[in-house]
Design a protein around this ligand. Structure first.
Ligand code: PGA
Ligand code: ZN
Length: 437
């Protein structure tokens, strides 16, 4: 064992996320003095199969959302067990030990928030000890692909109060030549949407949980139309072979009702799985939609099979609540031919090793990995480095306002500068496999 990178101390604390909710921050210090810190994010539209985020449930603090139990797990259980005993440079062994200490399949005992905080902070410390940025430490000298951002412009569902049932309407700047240009393009689209909205009401400048607009539109197709029109107003061609294409996060689990019905309140209609797929298919023929996330709910495998048959050739179909960054669920999906892409959120599974396993499995099985933030975020930028380290090719962070989002977008700008000639933007090639619907 390398003595220098032996974990010397682990310290957890409660800090706040972008919704003002408590979350876990962990500091790891190594014997040689190298230091790493990570803050764990938190979802709102969480999937049933996610690892457990431990909350105190004490109504006298933060309405029960405190994380002092998870912090205690870091300081009183994990810290004593790994300090002086584990090498931060041996991530796999450390993560295996964290899972063993927890002892459950879904990390319900110590909490995925406690475990992930330690796992990521150890990686940061090991990178610092190696004198390397995290993307280089995790990805090796070959790491150099800047991801295509898919950027939330209009929000609905649990992330906004405007009344749309579907969660994200995203701009994908497929025509950009560089990551920096991609950001500039989506900012122009965002501004154009704001200009259109400001003509109709005062709500234009309110932002939702991920920094997008959350306007009260009468139906979902209006959100698509708004995004399409604003893109053109910004001077871009909104087309599959143009400058900007459209992505959707339907987040269908959130409006799946009893008896397999999907209830769209905004439309005043309920849909079967087949009807909802047919609606998405119809929209895809009208608008340049090249990516659809959680088009159906987390356990609607039959519906997902139909969705994949109908749209899998023409659009990226991302499983978020469906796969929950879980290699076993992704393997099941790949065996069954369900979806063709996977959202990767480290706190859905709870260790860096398992997160990387999911990305590698996706790459082996021909699934497109999309590294993703949560709706509750912080200044932590680990996922930016993770995207470059793995060459995932895509990242989803939310909109381009609110600094918990910008911390990651800006981190990627710095990485782009640092890589210089060695860097390459994933670009529109990410979507090359999809043909017109
Ligand atoms: P969440 O939303 O973090 O609230 O789960 C993000 C997403 O659904 O992609
Ligand atoms: Zn999602």
């Amino acid at each position: 064992m390398a003595d220098a990178t032996l974990i010397e101390s682990v310290r957890g604390r409660e800090v706040l996320d972008s919704r003002g909710n408590p979350t876990v921050e962990v500091d790891v210090t190594l014997r040689n003095g190298a230091f790493g810190r990570a803050i764990v994010p938190s979802g709102a539209s969480t999937g049933r199969h996610e690892a457990v985020e431990l909350r105190d449930g004490d109504p006298t603090r933060y309405e029960g959302l405190g994380v002092l139990r998870a912090v205690a797990a870091v300081n009183d259980v994990i810290g004593p067990a790994v300090s002086g005993a584990f090498d931060a440079a041996d991530q796999a062994s450390l993560d295996a030990r964290l899972r063993e200490l927890d002892g459950t399949a879904n990390k319900a005992n110590l909490g995925a928030n406690a475990i992930l905080g330690v796992s990521l902070a150890a990686a940061h410390a090991a990178a610092a000890a190696a004198g390397q940025p995290l993307y280089r430490y995790l990805g090796g000298p070959e790491a150099g692909v800047l991801p295509m951002p898919m950027v939330n412009i209009i929000s609905g569902g649990r992330h906004a109060a405007g009344g749309l049932d579907m969660q994200d309407f995203l701009a994908i700047p497929i025509g950009a030549a560089t990551y920096g240009e991609a950001l500039q393009m989506v900012v122009a689209v965002y501004r154009a949407v704001g200009r259109v909205l400001s003509q109709t009401g005062p709500y234009a400048y309110g932002v939702a949980d991920e920094g997008g607009y959350g306007p009260p539109l009468p139906c979902h197709e209006d959100a698509l139309g708004l995004l399409y029109d604003a893109t053109r107003l910004a001077g871009y061609r909104c087309a599959r072979d143009g400058d900007v294409a459209i992505g959707l996060d339907v987040a269908a689990t959130e409006f799946a009702g009893d008896g397999g019905r999907y209830v769209l309140q905004a439309e005043g209609r309920a849909f079967s799985s087949v009807e909802l797929v047919d609606l998405l298919d119809h929209w895809s023929k009208t608008y340049p939609i090249i990516s659809i996330e959680d088009g159906l709910s987390e356990d609607d495998w039959d519906g997902w099979e139909y969705l994949t048959q109908q749209l899998g050739g023409s659009a990226q179909l991302i499983g978020d609540d469906l796969f929950t960054t879980n290699p076993e669920r992704l393997a099941q999906g790949a065996d069954d031919g369900i979806a063709n892409a996977v959202l990767v959120k480290p706190n859905q599974i709870g260790t860096l090793t398992e997160t990387l396993d999911t990305v590698h499995l996706a790459q082996e099985r021909g699934y497109l990995p999309v590294i993703s933030a949560r709706s509750g975020e912080t200044e932590d930028t680990t996922i930016a480095d993770l995207a470059v380290a793995t060459g995932a090719g895509q990242i989803k962070i939310g909109s381009i306002t609110r600094s918990e989002r910008l911390a990651k977008y800006n981190r990627l700008l710095r990485i782009e500068e640092e890589l210089g000639e060695r860097g390459r933007f994933a670009g529109r090639d990410v979507f090359a496999r999809f043909s017109n619907p």
